[in-house]
Design a protein around this ligand. Structure first.
Ligand SMILES: *[C@@H]1O[C@H](CO)[C@@H](O)[C@H](O)[C@H]1NC(C)=O
Ligand SMILES: *[C@@H]1O[C@H](CO)[C@@H](O)[C@H](O)[C@H]1NC(C)=O
Ligand SMILES: *[C@@H]1O[C@H](CO)[C@@H](O)[C@H](O)[C@H]1NC(C)=O
Length: 278
């Protein structure tokens, strides 16, 4: 009797597992085995590769904005985009020595992302990408203590940072690996360099709301001296942009084989030699 009960329980369990497995299979795949129609592929050993690749990466971005189900499922919507909390500690540079925690961080503007150039190295297949965003805006709740531009700050409130005409130069280091008969990019490092024409900001409840007048004049000071303000907060902003690009790009490139971007990409074995393949 007990034995029978146990068996039927197990059968039930297996049945549920099978259903769960089937649902998963229908809803999403671990990686693509067929080239998606939105993606034109290029050949790196043929002339005009950079032009072709620039167009391909733009097509990828356009599709991310429309929504790629496997990416949206784990990453969420592209614009506005919810990003991880930022815990920031900067010890005494000239311009800033602050500790700040940002929560409820939302970033807007990535749906207007333009790929200006996408170069790929034939040596190690790292990428150099030039990206333009007409506007990027970050909204968050903050707690902060320390100094920005010599102004002692201690407060808790909301912050926005809005950047106009943002040029992003992104250097991406990758490692090729094989999966299911395809070659994939594993992104191991992203570095960005930023230029912009203007930064606007506003922090509410600076100095814990002690003086509205001082709060307003401090915000005005940050906006009047936006280049210095940007330099002071540059590590936070750069880390945020790097984090966003890393998260989305690594999801994309574990999902879509590199072969669908670069038809004639060598296998990892061919590029690194047999001994080095992990
Ligand atoms: C930020 O959060 C950490 C722990 O999550 C805390 O130790 C630290 O004091 C916070 N910093 C500020 C400025 O609120
Ligand atoms: C930013 O401007 C500097 C100086 O003009 C230039 O060297 C750098 O390449 C630019 N970076 C970007 C991301 O446009
Ligand atoms: C990707 O690189 C990371 C860090 O270098 C490594 O831990 C991970 O195993 C790699 N993933 C694949 C699929 O090669």
């Amino acid at each position: 009797m007990i034995y029978k009960k146990q068996v039927s329980k197990n059968v039930k369990k297996i049945f549920i597992l099978i259903i769960a497995f089937c649902l998963n299979e229908v809803n999403s795949v671990e990686f693509y085995t067929e080239k998606p129609a939105f993606l034109p592929s290029c050949k790196i050993y043929e002339p005009g590769f950079t032009k072709c690749s620039t167009n391909t990466i733009q097509k990828l971005i356009d599709q991310l904005i429309i929504g790629i189900p496997e990416i949206t499922a784990t990453f969420g919507p592209f614009d506005p985009m919810h990003v991880k909390n930022i815990i920031f500690k900067q010890d005494s540079t000239e311009a800033a020595s602050i500790r700040a925690n940002l929560t409820n961080v939302f970033v807007k503007g990535f749906s207007k992302m333009k790929i200006k150039q996408s170069k790929v190295s034939k040596k190690d297949f790292s990428w150099d990408t030039k990206i333009f965003l007409p506007k990027m805006r970050m909204d968050a709740d903050y707690t902060m203590e320390g100094k920005i531009l010599l102004i002692p700050l201690q407060g808790k409130g909301t912050i926005f940072i809005e950047i106009e005409n943002l040029d992003i130069y992104m250097h991406t280091i990758i490692q090729l690996y094989e999966k299911g008969g395809f070659t994939f990019d594993n992104i191991t490092n992203i570095n960005v360099d930023l230029n912009m024409t203007r930064v606007r900001t506003h922090l509410t409840n600076l100095f814990n709301g002690a003086s509205k007048e001082v709060e307003d004049s401090t915000n005005k000071f940050f906006n009047d001296n936006w280049r210095d303000f940007y330099e002071a907060l540059k590590p936070i902003i750069v880390e945020t942009v790097e984090g966003i690009l890393y998260d989305v790009m690594s999801k994309v490139f574990h999902l879509i084989p590199a072969n669908f971007f670069i038809e004639d990409i060598p296998t990892s074995e061919k590029l690194y030699g047999k001994a080095n393949t992990a």
